[in-house]
Design a protein around this ligand. Structure first.
Ligand code: NDP
Length: 246
């Protein structure tokens, strides 16, 4: 063990929402390990996290591969001597109407978004149970609750995370390990920033708070669920969506 700081592992932590989560947990005093496929972005994020006081180990790991994930988790446990918080954040979209969706389009999205959650959670659970403390937080989506035309694969994967998490929450609750899900709405990313003004206005009209969410809005919710203050909260879905779905 390097020190008494808690240790978090964030999948897809090199950029976007995952990076905001990693920065927030580092600012809250944790050591944060990140895994991603983007090696250059991961190197830059490591420097930023270290400037916030985190000892940051990086892992180039495809979260769809159970053997690689279990090697990575062993690497985290070896480096820090502990692993307290897992944030399942890595995710992709591949939007198409069902009529045009191939088996491959379906399988890849299910594998990156849902099988990865099984792989990572299974790999960390033994250590958390024996420590009698753990936090597993998975980033689903409002689309997993509402559905969306053109996103049957994405919606199924994000809804699957919810059933998975509620089941595991019941299995591990008595050992101080909580398992929760965050369902972000529309979050400001390069994709949404570049939308034409008219499309943005239509989006704002649908959102009671009249703005997109920020990656930091999601990170704030993760920080709460990862804290001691959230110790009696498990098996829950926390919507971070500006009221678009209640
Ligand atoms: P980004 O695409 O910016 O970040 C996702 C990260 O995950 C990327 O760095 C990506 O790397 C990595 N990743 C993808 N596949 C794998 C894999 N197989 N193994 C390891 N890492 C992988 O997405 P966002 O930050 O926008 O989204 C983060 C999460 O939030 C996702 O789960 C998404 O579904 C969810 N979400 C996002 C919303 C939004 O509006 N942006 C709304 C609701 C939910 P690479 O680029 O190399 O693939």
């Amino acid at each position: 063990m390097t020190d008494e700081k808690r240790v978090a592992l964030i999948t897809g932590g090199a950029r976007g929402i995952g990076k905001a989560i990693a920065s927030r947990l580092a600012r809250d005093g944790m050591n944060v390990a990140i895994c991603d496929l983007l090696e250059d972005a991961m190197r830059e994020t490591k420097v930023e996290l270290e400037s916030l006081g985190s000892d940051t180990a990086t892992f180039s790991c495809d979260v769809t591969d159970l053997d690689r994930v279990s090697e990575m988790v062993a690497g985290v446990e070896e480096h820090y001597g502990r692993l307290d918080v897992l944030v399942n954040n890595a995710g992709i979209t591949n939007d198409k109407l069902l009529m045009r969706m191939s088996g491959d389009d379906w399988g890849k999205v299910l594998s990156v978004n849902l099988t990865s959650v099984f792989n990572c959670t299974k790999s960390v659970i033994r250590g958390m149970l024996s420590n009698r403390w753990g936090r597993i937080i998975s980033i689903s989506s409002v689309i997993g609750l509402m559905g969306n035309a053109g996103q049957a694969n994405y919606a199924a994967s994000k809804a699957g995370i919810i059933g998975f998490s509620k089941s595991v929450a019941r299995e591990v609750a008595s050992r101080g390990v909580t398992v929760n899900v965050i369902t972000p709405g529309y979050i400001e990313t390069p994709m949404t920033r570049d939308l034409p003004e008219k499309a943005k206005q239509q989006l704002f009209d649908m959102i009671p708070m009249k703005r997109l969410g920020t990656p930091e809005d999601v990170a704030n919710a993760v920080a709460y669920l990862a804290s001691d203050d959230a110790g009696y909260i498990t098996g829950q879905i926390l919507n971070v969506n500006g009221g678009i779905y209640m």
